[in-house]
Design a protein around this ligand. Structure first.
Ligand SMILES: [Zn+2]
Length: 163
């Protein structure tokens, strides 16, 4: 029995085959477009010790975000303090809630991040700017050489650069 054509919208990809994206994580594979997902964002991450999922403390205005931690321990900075999330645990952040997950352990972190609804350009980033002397709003830009720059919106200083 064949699959009816009307059900032919399934997409399957091997995570390792999806091109990585430069950023603060050792491995960040964006699966949303690879799967043709229309309503949910999905990213695969591996964090070496000291690394983070995100460019800074951030929130999504309309998107809730869930992390499925498969291996290692992620320490999330949240509005109510630091929250460790271990392999085998999941955590959910509501739209508008600030958070940042960092691997503060010795073991490599493997995790999936899901965001829904799928809204692009929905992220507000706060990051330490030494020129401003405080945590300020930041934006992420593509550099002329293809790298990624993280820039303070108050003074335009570049506070992070990723290849
Ligand atoms: Zn600044």
């Amino acid at each position: 029995m064949g699959v009816p054509a009307a059900l032919g919208d399934m997409e399957k990809v091997r995570i390792d085959d999806v091109k990585g994206r430069p950023g603060p994580a050792a491995v960040a594979r964006p699966l949303t477009d690879a799967l043709g997902a229309s309503d949910v964002a999905l990213n695969y991450y591996e964090l070496a010790p000291g690394e983070s999922f995100a460019y800074g403390y951030h929130r999504h205005e309309r998107q809730e975000e869930l992390f499925v931690v498969q291996q290692g321990t992620v320490t999330f900075e949240t509005e109510s303090g630091d929250v460790p999330v271990e392999g085998g645990e999941v955590v959910r952040f509501a739209p508008g809630e600030f958070q940042r997950g960092v691997n503060e352990g010795d073991e490599r972190v493997v995790a999936l991040a899901l965001g829904a609804p799928l809204v692009r350009g929905d992220t507000e980033i706060r990051r330490q700017c030494d020129d401003c002397g405080e945590r300020t709003r930041h934006t992420v830009k593509r550099a002329d050489d293809g790298g990624t720059l993280v820039c303070c919106l108050d003074c335009e200083a570049v506070t992070g650069r990723f290849e």
